[in-house]
Design a protein around this ligand. Sequence first.
Ligand SMILES: Nc1nc2c(ncn2[C@@H]2O[C@H](COP(=O)(O)OP(=O)(O)O)[C@@H](O)[C@H]2O)c(=O)[nH]1
Ligand SMILES: [Mg+2]
Length: 236
Amino acid sequence: MLKICVNMDKRNNPAMIRIVDLKSVVKISGRITGNLIIIKIIMEVIKAKFIKGIVGTNDILKDKQDQIAFIGRSNVGKSTLINKLIGSKGLVKTSGQPGKTQQINFFLINEDLPGEKYFVDLPGYGYAKISQKHREKMRKMILWYFISGEANIKKVVLIIDAKSGLKDFDIEMINVLREYGHDFIIIANKVDKLNQKQYHKNLMEIKDELGEDINILPVSAKTGRGREKVLEWIGI
Ligand SMILES: Nc1nc2c(ncn2[C@@H]2O[C@H](COP(=O)(O)OP(=O)(O)O)[C@@H](O)[C@H]2O)c(=O)[nH]1
Ligand SMILES: [Mg+2]
């Protein structure tokens, strides 16, 4: 919770706006239109720590804390993106061995600060070198997390590779997220690998496939492009 105090002058006009807790606020801008005060507050990830990894039902799911879920196929850059968002190089293990993270990992973001929440890193799906049986187990665990209703999922970040576009698993996930009413965004990562022409072509194709109402953001976890927009959407 962010506390904002507005001191009124004698004519009841807002004379001074004071942000009480400034610790995770990095930029504030404001304007007054008529009797409306519009304030834009950009916040930052100040701290992040690993809490635990789970493989099924667990007490942490019942925690009242909001969860922001990150999901994507193996190797789309999910770990790199989470690290970029939290400003850490190595809290989330990126992998020369994709598919290594086979748990649902909970990270606590901005503990005791406004916007405190969990980032939940789900296992990457589709790593070629694991057995079909194991892959199916991962798929079921991912679906259980979104369908069971046990987790307090506030928002979902679905990451795809902007170069290779939508795959079967992404479509399956999007259908599940729509069906269960989750608020989600699609991040087209690795746009730094595309030239201008490919960029427009690939983004158009994705939009054509999913419909105009879809929330899609071009991002590069490598260069940091789109980072602020993602944080803003997440509600940091
Ligand atoms: N060019 C480029 N490479 C990226 C980007 N994000 C991740 N990568 C690379 O993609 C590979 C897989 O990244 P990782 O975060 O481990 O993927 P994950 O399996 O989805 O967690 C690594 O070699 C990363 O350095 C990006 O935005 N641009
Ligand atoms: Mg990973």
